[in-house]
Design a binder for this molecule. Sequence first.
Ligand code: F6R
Length: 615
Amino acid sequence: MCGIVGYIGKRDAYSIVIKGLKRLEYRGYDSAGIMLHDGKELKVSKTKGKVTDLEEVSQKDNNFFGSIGMGHTRWATHGVPNDVNSHPHLSNSGNLAIIHNGIIENYEPLKKELIKRGYVFHSDTDTEVLINLIEDVQKKENIKLGKAVQIALNQVVGAYAIAVFDKNKPDEIIVARLGSPLAIGIGDGEFFVASDASPFIEYTSNAIYLEDEEMAIVRLHKPIKVRKIKDDSLVDPYVQELKMNLEQIEKGGYDHFMMKEIYEQPNVIKDTYRGRLLANKGIIQMAGVEDNLEKFLNAERIIIVACGTSWHAGLVAEYIFEEFARIPVEVEYASEFRYRNPIINKKDVVVAISQSGETADTLAAIKLAKENGAFVFGVCNVVGSSISRETDAGAYTHAGPEIGVASTKAFTTQITVLTLIALRLAKAKGTMSNSDFHRYLLELEMIPEKVEEALETNEIAKKIANIYKDSPNCLYLGRGYNFPVALEGALKLKEISYIHAEGYPAAEMKHGPIALIDESMPVVVIAPKMGHYDKVVSNIQEIKSRSGKIIAVVTKGDTQVRDLADHVIEIPETSDALSPLLTTIPLQLLSYHIAVMRGCNVDQPRNLAKSVTVE
Ligand code: F6R
């Protein structure tokens, strides 16, 4: 986690770095800091809190300007979030400055060694150890900064994206990455470095994404030199043209990114199936699947690895793959899978799902699966991300940048991609009749329109939110395809409103959670008129007879549940398998409104970050 940004060129670095940090704040917002060099002096300003706090602190100094700058927005790992632990960190001489996203795992022995050599530490961070290690190497060997960084990084265990600046060499920034993303923007006589391209999107559309174990010397008026950290050998950098635009990363009139992203779902689901779902021709075409069709068809099992909301999308996919393509599926938390010596066979297909494409546990699970000979397929949103590069093949979701920390459009586009894959496999395996296949293609094509309709539940969701905003607890129940939606609804509520919420398969209620139900317990039941509807109705009756407050998500026109529930939210009709794409919408809206009414920071909930690059 953490966001890093740097600028070297002819403009005012302060405004570029501050604006860049605001765009990267989704990566962490415990503290923020900036370093500027004005040609003579190196100045640092940092503070606990958000980038707006940093602006306030730094603007007190009228002389805070320069055309070289680096900034950091932190998600605390080592050391509490306070001013001292904020980045940038300086070396003991005060000559070197560093910003760092990641963790140096062996920082303790390195720190002990440096203390023995006379170094003094002011913070509790692993990053301050790294910058002093670099300084120590530089002094001992009497070498240039780039070489010192390379030697120091070879002594380090962990993950990093770093930018290092030497005030005696004020025309260059050294950057390096291992496990955390780093992009270099190439402008006209200026360079940008950042955790992703959003800080420099209005200045250039040319960027180099460093690969793991690469470093670069970014020097004014010189071509960028990329080297392997291991052996210092030169690498030919690939300059990529960026597709992102400014509009995509702004709020576009909404109060919060989360709301904007909820409302983008009709369009991004369409973007995700565009060119892949050709309903009129009766085909699904996805290059990553076509090129590896045999592997999928011969798979003895599909193992899905993911975390958080992406794991919930994986659970929906389990139902879809098994029903459509009759392939056994296991869905694993990446963090558990990687540490429990799992049985992985060469005939397994591992599907890794990740919005950011940077989640450390998912990345580690992929590496483990590859080491064991499995074919690994990625479903990622961020183009060029680590997971998209590490997997053998994959399919992107086309959700566009998701900036709200709570995942919304990523979830529905992941389900869209996974449904397309399941349908393609069902067709190839002959596990679905032609008429069902065509029906699903047409239904999927109509989903964006129906999501649009589901978004009309906003007002009712707001009313319900107003009634239950002060509840300390909430239960979410669903069956079959909508059990994962119950989990996702509960996660959305707890992460942005801090209300304790639990998702359960509706039938499990009687095995324990029913004890929680009384007249003060709101229970959200996902009860579309399909699948196990009758069973869900029985569960609703059980809640009602214990005086629980029932908020039911039902199919338009439903009367049976309406008679039982305290509140109903109607969504359009679709088939059971596609219903999560609709039932999830009112749950997103409900948690959004509750969080807003409780005065919570919807886009940046406490303790969270968008990109979880620590294990
Ligand atoms: C919840 C949320 C997280 C992420 C999880 C995985 O709203 O956003 O639970 O889903 O951290 O992240 P990705 O999908 O980037 O691997």
